[in-house]
Design a binder for this molecule. Structure first.
Ligand SMILES: *Cc1c(COP(=O)(O)O)cnc(C)c1O
Length: 385
């Protein structure tokens, strides 16, 4: 049996896979089992932000794997301490909890918000408000937090208590669900899975001001839009708000699983010994790789994100078949007819793009070669016609 047949026979059928078996990746080029090459505009869903097998990342990861691949959180290790310091220094946050994925980071954030609300005497029944169209992960609390009814079928009930939903960019809708039990509001600055929509600036600023005044925590889920993806290290920086908790994952690892919860001053000591944990969390190999990632997210790289955003939007805005272009930086949604059909056609022609609802979703590597970017855009334009 070939890989596709083995996969279909032995792997649980949870994914609607594209018709390609990838075997190799270098920079922004993927190779499949037949040796065909593809320009990659997906980065494995915003994961390989510096491209596949990025040299500094690879050197850090292989060196750490050879020295000490795991130690358990019962002991101190260098890479996690170094990474936590870098994350705090670059964001102004105070402490970090490490886990292995976006959904786990959000679970931790939810626990922090609940404990903070209870211990500060705000409420004994904490509620968290999230936005419609959001995506926060697949474990039960993060899934309940996810504001999409289509992801809440009755077969997985009962869901987790303590979540309410508001319409994005509609402060009145938020006012209808906020109450004395509201412990936190969790938002994605740019909703990814929900259709690549950036929140309105005025809305998020107003929401953040209200939360601060009422003692409600602001949690920014930067799992997808973080780590340089939108042209700043974290997307909230462009909105001039200061979240109390930031969750991130995907692009931080550049291919290895890692999640991080950044805790602001208010909540930095909420989690005490025994409150939370993770066997693989703070894995030295993943953390060494993430240190190499963070070091490369500098002004030059971020300016490059803005430049590439301009190249893409200049080419696609108003192009034949393009109804609109949404998003920020290199997290872009292209509204068009039959996005999935068009993504399949791109793949046939050697270009990997993703979809989000009725849009084609572009998440190229932050450092994608400009010539390659233009070549991919020419294919995309041809398919969109
Ligand atoms: C992908 C994603 C998650 C879930 O991350 P996993 O690593 O798949 O658990 C959570 N929030 C957002 C915004 C995401 O894009």
């Amino acid at each position: 049996m070939n890989t596709k047949e083995l996969d279909e026979k032995y792997i649980a059928g949870t994914y609607n896979r594209f018709d390609a078996v990838f075997t190799d990746g270098k920079g922004s080029v993927l190779t499949d089992a037949d040796g065909k090459q593809y320009i990659d505009f997906g980065s494995g869903i915003a994961v390989a932000g510096l491209g596949y097998a990025n040299a500094e990342w690879l050197a850090a990861v292989t060196a750490q794997a050879a020295r000490l691949p795991h130690a358990s959180n019962l002991f101190y290790t260098e890479p996690s301490a170094e990474l936590a310091k870098m994350l705090c220094e670059r964001t102004g946050m105070s402490k970090v909890f490490f886990c292995n994925s976006g959904t786990e980071a959000n679970e931790c954030a939810i626990k922090v918000a609940r404990k903070y609300a209870v211990e500060s005497g705000k409420t004994a029944k904490p509620e968290i408000i999230t936005l419609q169209g959001s995506f926060h992960g697949r474990t039960l609390a993060a899934l309940t937090a996810t504001g999409q009814d289509s992801l809440h079928p009755t077969c997985f009930a009962p869901y987790v208590d303590g979540f309410k939903y508001a319409k994005p960019n509609d402060f009145n809708s938020f006012c209808k669900v906020v109450n004395d039990n509201t412990a936190a509001v969790m938002i994605e600055v740019v909703q990814g899975e929900g259709g690549v929509n950036a929140l309105d600036k005025a809305y998020l600023i107003r929401l953040a001001e209200f939360c601060k005044k009422e003692g409600i925590l602001l949690i920014a889920d930067e799992v997808q839009c973080g780590n340089g993806r939108t042209g700043t290290l974290y997307a909230y920086e462009q909105y001039y708000v200061s979240p109390d908790v930031v969750t991130t994952a995907k692009g931080l690892g550049n291919g290895l699983p890692i999640g991080a919860v950044l805790l602001g001053d208010k909540v930095k000591d909420v989690l005490k010994k025994g409150d939370h944990g993770s066997t693989f969390g703070a894995n030295p190999v993943a953390c060494a790789g993430a240190c190499a990632v963070l070091k490369q997210i500098d002004k030059k790289l971020l300016d490059g994100v803005k430049l590439r955003n301009k190249i893409i939007t200049d080419k696609l805005e108003g192009a034949e078949g393009v109804k609109s272009v949404s998003g920020l930086g290199l997290m872009l949604g292209i509204q068009c007819d039959d996005a999935k059909g068009k993504a399949d056609e791109c793949l046939k022609r050697g270009l990997v793009v993703l979809t989000a609802h009725d849009k084609i979703r572009l998440l190229p590597a932050l450092n994608i070669d400009i010539e390659l970017l233009n070549k991919g855009l020419d294919i995309l334009k041809e398919v969109l016609k």
